[in-house]
Write a protein that binds this ligand. Structure first.
Ligand SMILES: [Zn+2]
Length: 172
């Protein structure tokens, strides 16, 4: 048994010895020297795994509206797990709009985050779980269930953000 998660083989089939937890989603992935930091709030390995996983969607999105929609949903889910400092509410609100309304926010629709929004302490599903299941489950199904899980993980905070965008104002 290798101490390294087999999912890390996506990055380095030779089996690197060192792993690191992603600061965003917590996925433990192999540390691959020289990987660029592609996404604020994400480890280089996690962002690279996401890029590899959605590469096919990215390639097809120009010609295929379904691939483009799926890529938009995957990107929204990923962003909601890997927050950009200073833009805390934007990503989860965007995910909710894409997931529930199939659209991105209109310009200015996502405004300042109310103070005190707390990211989930635990994620049900990460891009590493998704990548591990790709052999047995098709990508559209995986992306939708991942996005739904991220949305659910965020729901205690998102319910307080109903007035920000795309939701019903609270009574009173
Ligand atoms: Zn991550």
């Amino acid at each position: 048994m290798s101490p390294v998660d087999p999912r890390a083989a996506v990055h380095d089939p030779a089996g690197p010895a060192e792993t690191a937890a992603c600061p965003g989603c917590g996925a433990v992935l192999a540390v691959v020297p020289g990987l660029p930091l592609r996404h604020p709030g994400a480890s280089a390995g996690c962002a690279a795994l996401f890029a590899v996983t959605v590469r096919g969607l990215r390639d097809e999105s120009a010609q295929d509206p379904r691939a483009a929609a799926l890529l938009q949903l995957a990107t929204a889910a990923y962003d909601a797990q890997h927050l950009v400092p200073g833009e805390q509410a934007g990503a989860p609100v965007r995910l909710r709009l894409v997931l529930e309304h199939g659209r991105l926010p209109a310009p200015g629709e996502v405004t300042d985050a109310p103070a005190g929004i707390t990211p989930p302490a635990h994620w049900t599903t990460t891009i590493a779980d998704l990548a591990a299941d790709l052999d047995v489950v098709d990508l559209p199904t995986l992306v939708r269930s991942w996005a739904t899980a991220v949305r659910a993980d965020w729901s205690p905070s998102l319910d307080r953000l109903r007035t920000v965008a795309g939701g019903t104002p609270p009574p009173g």
